[in-house]
Design a protein around this ligand. Structure first.
Ligand SMILES: *Cc1c(COP(=O)(O)O)cnc(C)c1O
Length: 234
């Protein structure tokens, strides 16, 4: 079967990258990006031992998660709209991709109403791309204390989606930049931030060499997403 083979191969590649970097293999979490894939795929993955799943659309997650095994654990990845925050707080155990003070405030407010504290990762626009979401590094450093003061969020680290490149080495400087920014954030906060979420199907090994603790892998695990190859009717 394709799925167990892909999963084993990715786990081996994660282990090899950890070995090259002198890191413990348990310091890296594989987040299986299951967007566009049906509950049966999640079920098969859970049966192979995969625990963590990432989704980037609230509507899809809301329909899908109740149909999936109860021991699957869910993280939201990407940009979140404020009218979706209430659902996100309910559905996910971590929100990766907080990119403004306003959205962080909304998460804190909704988490308070739900009686919980929400772990978040802050998204950084590491290459300054006009088309991408995420904090500019300087803005994050300026707003960090204000973010951290919100009562019902817990900042667990940073995430980034560097520019796509077919050459993984080209992403290395961006991964390094995110790692260095995390150190600056830790100095401001006076506390360690455990997570760096970086690296996708094409470049997760380089990301691990640069310190990733969460790699977000979709295509290499599940194959091409239908939604990304299907064209809208003319
Ligand atoms: C879709 C997605 C991924 C996975 O990308 P692949 O190239 O399929 O591994 C990772 N992170 C985010 C934020 C995504 O939206």
């Amino acid at each position: 079967m394709i799925l167990p083979d892909n999963l084993i191969s990715i786990q081996q590649r994660i282990a090899a990258a950890c070995a090259r970097a002198g890191r413990d293999v348990n310091s890296v979490t594989l987040l299986a990006v299951s967007k566009s894939h049906p509950p049966e795929t999640i079920r098969a993955s859970v049966e192979c031992g995969q625990i963590y799943f990432g989704e980037n659309k609230i509507q899809e997650a809301k329909a899908k998660i109740p149909l999936c095994p109860g021991n699957a654990r869910w993280q939201f990845i990407g940009h979140l709209q404020s009218n979706k925050v209430r659902d996100a707080v309910e559905l996910f155990e971590m929100i990766q991709g907080v990119d403004s003070l306003a959205i962080a405030q909304e998460i804190s407010k909704r988490a308070a109403q739900a009686g919980k504290t929400m772990p978040i990762l802050i998204e950084v626009n590491v290459a300054g791309e006009a088309s991408k979401f995420g904090y500019a590094p300087e803005k994050l450093l300026a707003e960090l204390n204000e973010l951290n003061a919100l009562p019902k969020i817990e900042i667990h680290g940073l995430m980034a989606i560097p520019p796509f490149t077919p050459l993984p080495e080209k992403a290395r400087p961006y991964f390094k930049k995110l790692r260095e920014l995390k150190v600056e954030c830790e100095k401001i906060l006076g506390a360690p931030l455990p997570h760096l979420s970086m690296g996708m199907s094409g470049d997760f090994e380089v990301a691990i060499e640069e310190g990733a603790t969460i790699v977000r892998v979709g295509t290499a695990l599940f194959g091409e997403r239908l939604s990304s190859v299907r064209r809208a009717p003319e």
